[in-house]
Design a protein around this ligand. Structure first.
Ligand code: FHN
Length: 435
């Protein structure tokens, strides 16, 4: 009996200490004010780029699959994006109405787009020999776009990371994860102290070598470097299917649903990441999303109280494809008219659907009308809410009525100003935060 008691005490101590190693002290967690500022931005540019664009295959994932490892790992010797111009990339983001920009400083293939002292596998040893990350940080400052950095916690190229191929199962006994983490911390210290990113966007947290306690340690380490740096929920170890979630166990400041619009969530911050084409890195003749898909994705993401990180894949010569630039400019033109219904708003109170989504700010409820076939759009009753007036944002009055049950009937005019998303403003008798 005594042995059993001793064993139970030992086990509980073990699990308590394990739990402690993944708990983040509340005093160092990113503040609500900083996260609220992030969520007010609503729309950012994601950029996946590296020497793999010379092959037009997927960054990281095509190494050792569609591109032989030896071939893939030597592409950097040809990588010379002479047409790269950070100002053009950042102005493209700005003209799209984007407020922040996230660059893959290091993806799963281990190639570093900045002159790191901790790996020779970096841009300074390519024919290009310029600091891509630094150029983008400078251009973002110049154009008042918040600069953010993507960093992978798996690295199939680094001999100290135990897995060397996509979906690899064998752990390399010669690898040393603790040396790998030391290199990672040194590189992240370079990034944070030299480029001061607004957000650190981690990725690659699903393979067995990565442990939740490594993520907790890394979060704490980064917060000592910059207490206000915002960190996503992919710094700890993922147990599969967790990217859209933010739970007690998951380390990080915001959830990251991928290639889909997140669920309406008024409690936890989240950001959908999505490609404007199909592939993250540049692919010749990749399928480009329609303007309707782009605008409605943004509106439904905001309607769900989330941000949209929208990805472009620049080409090997350093240019973003003109068709992607054009599509983003069309989004920017829409935002120039309707941005009031996106930036600095909250989502809800209704769950976005195929007919409409809603965003809100002060006493205004913005109704994004997607499906314009029906003559009326009916909004379920909101307790204690009375509509004082209704009108098209930047347009004419809208006929409406409120039923005795409080539901709201919007009578759509025959012609709406924007086929993809026309925004109707309802001015309410209360502050929309209280809905
Ligand atoms: O494996 C990566 C993928 O290449 C891409 O970077 C996306 C972007 O969020 N993240 C991972 C897949 O979940």
């Amino acid at each position: 009996m005594k042995q059993l008691f001793t064993l139970l005490v030992l086990l509980s101590t073990f699990y308590q200490s394990k739990a402690q190693t993944t708990a983040i002290s509340p005093s160092i967690k990113t503040s609500k004010a900083v996260l609220d500022d992030f969520m007010d931005q609503r729309f950012g540019m994601f950029i996946h780029w590296g020497p793999v664009t010379l092959r037009g295959t997927e960054i990281g994932w095509s190494r050792g699959t569609s591109v032989p490892v030896q071939d893939y790992d030597n592409l950097y010797k040809e990588f010379n994006p002479v047409l790269f111009n950070a100002d053009i990339w950042v102005k493209t983001a700005k003209d799209a109405g984007m407020k922040y920009l996230t660059i893959t400083s290091k993806h799963h293939d281990g190639f570093c787009l900045w002159p790191t002292k901790f790996s020779d596998y970096n841009i300074m040893n390519s024919p290009y020999k310029k600091d891509i990350v630094g150029e983008l940080a400078k251009a973002c400052k110049k154009y008042n776009i918040k600069f953010c950095v993507y960093f992978t916690v798996l690295d199939w190229h680094d001999p100290n990371y135990p897995i060397h191929l996509p979906d690899g199962k064998n752990l390399d006994p010669k690898a040393d994860i603790h040396k790998f983490i030391t290199t990672m911390k040194n590189q992240l210290r370079e990034i944070v102290t030299q480029y001061h990113p607004y957000v650190l966007w981690f990725d690659g947290n699903w393979e067995s070598p990565w442990k939740n306690e490594y993520g907790a340690d890394l979060y704490t380490f980064l917060k000592k470097l910059d207490p206000n740096v915002i960190i996503n929920n992919r710094i700890g170890a993922s147990q599969g299917g967790e990217h859209p979630k933010l739970t007690e166990r998951i380390i990080g400041d915001f959830a990251t649903p991928e290639q889909k619009i997140g669920e309406l969530n008024m409690n936890n911050p989240w950001e959908t990441c999505m490609t404007i084409c199909q592939q993250w890195a540049w692919k010749p003749n990749d399928k480009l999303k329609t303007l309707k898909e782009c605008i409605q994705t943004l509106a439904k993401t905001s309607g769900g109280n989330g941000n949209l990180l929208f990805n472009v894949g620049p080409m090997a010569d350093g240019r973003i494809e003109q068709r992607q630039i054009n599509r983003l400019k069309e989004m920017g033109d829409w935002l120039a008219n309707y941005g009031e219904s996106i930036y600095g708003t909250k989502g809800g109170p209704y769950k976005p659907n195929e007919v409409f989504a809603t965003t809100r700010k002060n006493n205004k409820l913005y109704v994004h009308i997607f499906d314009q076939k029906s003559a009326d759009v009916i909004l379920p009753a909101l307790h204690g809410v009375k509509v004082n007036q209704a009108y098209l944002l930047k347009g004419s009055k809208i006929n409406y009525s409120q039923n005795t049950d409080g539901s709201i009937v919007l009578r759509l005019p025959e012609h709406l100003p924007n086929a993809d998303d026309s925004v109707i403003v309802l001015e309410l008798n209360i502050n929309s935060d209280n809905l």
